[in-house]
Every structure is written in structure tokens, then in C-alpha cells.
Ligand binder design. Structure first.
Ligand SMILES: C[S@@+](CC[C@H](N)C(=O)[O-])C[C@H]1O[C@@H](n2cnc3c(N)ncnc32)[C@H](O)[C@@H]1O
Length: 139
């Protein structure tokens, strides 16, 4: 495979990225915030490595609408079999709330089911873009 930019692959964990503060213009998470042990730690660490105004681009499967039967199914699965079967994956995480709670500002957000028309526990998805503010709020 070829790419128009240089690529370096390094080992690391989301909660402890091998990168300096503000080193990156952008970060991408794709189907990983469902599985990290602690979303808040992972997102704080991503924010640490982004420059002010840097972007987080995300594609994740997330919790269904709270009032739905699917949401109740997700909660049951997450408390029982699903994480054991799928290496720590959770179906019912409110990942958009976690992204905003971490201090990011959502700029673009699309919600959809994948595959289209599916009502499987991992089908509700979000895709979008958030920015790390110039002056992250104090916690
Ligand atoms: C559902 S898989 C998705 C893999 C890949 N992103 C994809 O879309 O095919 C979840 C991934 O999260 C990774 N993961 C779990 N905990 C992690 C952590 N603390 N830091 C970084 N990655 C982690 C796992 O290694 C696994 O590859």
C-alpha cells in the first residue's frame, strides 16, 4: 500500500499515548471508544496530544435512544455476555456525551444505523468531527 504522506506506526494505549502535549493536528477514533476500559481517560489523553483547535474525527457504535427497547437490550448485554464475547466491547455507551464531557466541541454529527435498517445491538452509529478548544475548560 502507498500513501501520499509519511506514516509512522507506534505502539501505545489510548490512556497513555506516546506523544507530546499538543503534538497532533488531528486524531481519529474508529470503533475503539466502545472498547477502551475508560472513555474519559482515553479522551482526555487524546485532547492532551492535540494542538488547540485540533480535531477529533470519530466513527463509533453507540447507545440507542434511551426510550427504545434496543437501549434496554444493550444495557442487559453490556452487563452480561457482550463484553466477554467481544474483547471488552460495550454496545450502550453514550460516546457523544463522553466526547463533550471531555471538553471537545462537536462540530459535525451524523447518526445512523449500520448496516442500514439493522436493529442489532451494535448498529446505532455516530460519525463526525469535534474540536479541542483553544483554552480547554478547567476541571
Ligand atoms: C472493536 S475493535 C475495533 C478494531 C478496529 N478499530 C476496527 O475498526 O477494525 C476494538 C479495538 O480497540 C482496541 N483497544 C481496546 N482497548 C484499548 C486501549 N486501552 N487503547 C487502545 N486501543 C484499545 C482493541 O485492541 C481493538 O483493536
Amino acid at each position: 500500500p502507498t500513501a501520499p504522506v509519511p506514516i509512522t506506526v507506534v505502539d501505545g494505549l489510548a490512556e497513555s499515548l506516546p506523544a507530546r502535549d499538543g503534538e497532533f493536528d488531528a486524531a481519529v477514533v474508529a470503533l475503539v471508544l466502545c472498547t477502551v476500559p475508560d472513555q474519559a481517560s482515553a479522551l482526555a489523553e487524546i485532547g492532551r496530544t492535540l494542538r488547540p483547535g485540533g480535531e477529533l474525527r470519530f466513527f463509533e457504535h453507540v447507545a440507542a435512544d434511551e426510550a427504545s427497547r434496543l437501549h434496554r437490550t444493550q444495557r442487559l448485554l453490556d452487563a452480561t455476555l457482550w463484553p466477554k464475547l467481544f474483547a471488552g466491547c460495550h454496545t450502550g455507551r453514550d460516546t457523544i456525551a463522553a466526547i463533550t464531557d471531555a471538553g471537545f466541541v462537536i462540530e459535525e454529527l451524523r447518526r445512523f444505523h449500520f448496516p442500514a435498517g439493522s436493529n442489532s445491538p451494535s448498529s446505532p452509529c455516530v460519525h463526525g468531527r469535534a474540536t479541542w478548544p483553544a483554552a480547554p475548560r478547567q476541571r
